[in-house]
Design a protein around this ligand. Sequence first.
Ligand code: SF4
Length: 407
Amino acid sequence: MVNLSLTQAGVSHRSSHRASARRTRYISDIDKVTQIPAAERTKLKKVIERYAFRVNDYYLGLIDWNDPADPIRQLILPREEELSGWGRLDASNEQAVTVARGVQHKYPQTVLLLCNEVCGAYCRYCFRKRLFMNENHEVTNDVSQGLAYIAEHPDVTNVLLTGGDPLLMSTRRIIGILEALRAIPHVQIIRIGSKMPAFDPWRLLDDAELQRALRQYSTPRQRIYLMAHFDHPRELTDIAIDGIDCFIRNGVICVNQCPLIKGVNDDVDVLSTLYQRLAHMGCTPYYLFQGRPTEGNEPYKVPIVRGWEIFTEVMRHGSGLARRARFAMSHETGKIEVVAVDDQHIYLRYHQAKDPAKRGQLMTYQRDDEACWLDELTPAGGNGVADSAVLPTSGGVDDINEAHLPL
Ligand code: SF4
């Protein structure tokens, strides 16, 4: 069973959070995390020299320090194995879709603004860890170029604020960006990709000005979406649930996307509990991502076939609203959904593609139980494109069953 006890981790904030603003304490010096033995801290400093480290007191409070395999610990505290040399820093070649500093034009209708290079804490499995390195200059706080680019491209109807974590910017800056985007008539959907609801739920709860701005700019015809990032049910504390409630009450549609992470949520009970609770609180699962083969992420990798087995089993539990996720790879060519696996093959489908002609295309690859990414797979014949079937792009698991794919 999933261990969901929070009181043991000293987390019970529901009654006190509105009485006064909470000051979250951020920690970048691992020597301040005294629950880690000194000798271990010394070893981990080598890892931190390469990949940034940052936590906060609230999130550290979720860790059960008596459990060496604690999932929150795995998520947030460095491990020596990160130095294994596996993977690439930009595993999905985001550089190729970068049209200006901090601006990625990923799909015809979607632009990403990388507007902040700091997060409430740093997830060890992060696929954008390069952004937190000193020599990286892909992010800019000045989004004027990005806004001009979006204004000049009427096809862009979706804008994702990302980074880093946009909700760690000042309220003034966030409001400035929302206001500027709403002044561009063709921008319909604004998404805010953020793990702050998990790392620091007070960010919105304590900020009446930001709440007002969300109410103003998330309108009946043009909504703001929060792309929340909860990885484990232990993150769904009372205060985190209050935080999501605050987004919803201020007009924001909430959904959740997270990667499949070894030692954190690569378990049917854990993921199923997470999805069901997210559905209960109005933040339905959207994507489960196959982890990108990012440098430093080897300890957190889960092979595609294993991921599909877990995902398929999770999709058998809970209400339909808890089963709205797709299991997908965010590959440099598009979002590729893993739709089925049989004894011999892995079946994939472009849910989203840089090349619009590929959207909905079904592909068949030879089954490989060790492979973690598309580039490691061998096409089943020719280039892997299935001859007969182009499946509908609009549906999820039900469509797959209807298409009679081998399951
Ligand atoms: S919150 Fe997102 S961008 Fe920030 S460290 Fe975690 S995965 Fe990376």
